[in-house]
Design a protein around this ligand. Structure first.
Ligand SMILES: Nc1ncnc2c1ncn2[C@@H]1O[C@H](COP(=O)(O)OP(=O)(O)OP(=O)(O)O)[C@@H](O)[C@H]1O
Length: 291
């Protein structure tokens, strides 16, 4: 069976400006992703977890078609992704809602782009407002909604134009712990209702195990897929408290075992980057005062 999404030998590097201690800046390549291979099945909930700076958002941008790989390709239903398209919905950490539009009008937005007529647009948008549990709040503006509610609007907006795949980049990271847990279980319910293929990016191991049918663990930069872990829970949306289930705890440990060295390495890289930046700054100061 063809995968819904197939990431094949993907590499991505950026050229960054570096000041090497004299006033001239040079462009240096930094490798963000290296040899990423991953297939996601139709209707699957795939979570990608990795340390800070390992290239998770870079991978999501590639899936969204916002940037292109330096080599390799990403296929959606067997066809190469060449740019952004309504076949992929994106939910970011920051809500990215239009502040001058109501919740309903925000959800209508993608449908407008798709050319759906006014009446049908309203009706579909209302359905998705209801699906995300916001009935009664459709005429509120973003500034009148809590963080969790704004994120519900963002999810409704991405689903309303019926994308093939939902791409989510740390969508709950900015929310408080209780709102986050509520939205996690709501998202599972929405996933079961809509049967969408979801690729969800997170730092959080518990979030990954709770949401994912499979969890792809990434290495520190340059990001590679270290291992893909199966999370074999049948009824994920059941009332049972999955988080205290011994199997859940076991998988959480297994993922932490895979991640801890990577997190350590990522922290060292971060320290190194800060030290280099500081020493470049003081060199520049030195050169400037000498002159
Ligand atoms: N546009 C860009 N130009 C230069 N470097 C970039 C650019 N985007 C990302 N990078 C670098 O690529 C690496 C991966 O970044 P990315 O944001 O994808 O990581 P991440 O895993 O999403 O991080 P975090 O978890 O902290 O959000 C980082 O070292 C980052 O500094």
């Amino acid at each position: 069976m063809t995968a819904k999404i197939s990431i094949q030998n993907v590499q991505k590097a950026f050229r960054i400006k570096r000041n090497l201690g004299h006033l001239k800046e040079v462009l240096q390549p930094i490798s963000a992703l290296q040899d990423i291979n991953l297939d996601v099945k139709q209707g699957e909930f795939m979570v990608i977890v990795g340390p800070s700076g390992c290239g998770k958002s870079t991978l999501l941008d590639l899936l969204a078609g916002l940037t292109k790989p330096n080599s390799g390709q990403i296929l959606l239903d067997g066809k190469a992704i060449t740019g952004p398209n309504l076949d992929r919905g994106i939910v970011f950490q920051q809500y990215a809602l239009f502040p001058w539009k109501t919740a309903l009008a925000n959800v209508e937005f993608g449908l407008e782009t798709k050319g759906v007529g006014r009446k049908e647009r309203k009706q579909i948008a209302q359905e998705y407002i209801n699906l995300v549990g916001l009935a009664g709040f459709e005429h509120r503006y973003p500034h009148e909604l809590s963080g969790g509610m704004k994120q519900r609007v963002a999810i409704a907006r991405s689903l309303a134009y019926d994308p093939e795949v939902l791409l989510m980049d740390e969508p709950f990271a900015a929310l408080d712990a209780q709102t986050r847990e509520t939205l996690q279980s709501e998202l599972l319910r929405i996933w079961e209702t809509t049967k969408k293929t979801i690729i969800f990016i997170t730092h959080g191991i518990e979030e990954a195990v709770y949401l994912g049918q499979r969890v792809a663990v990434m290495t520190s930069r340059p990001g590679r897929i270290k291992e893909v872990i199966d999370v074999p829970f049948e009824a994920r949306t059941s009332e049972e408290d999955l988080r205290s289930n011994p199997e859940f705890v076991k998988i959480r440990h297994q993922i932490w075992d895979l991640l801890k060295d990577e997190v350590h390495r990522a922290q060292e890289q971060e320290k190194d980057k800060t030290l280099k930046a500081n020493s470049a700054k003081s060199n520049v100061k030195g050169v400037a005062s000498d002159g």
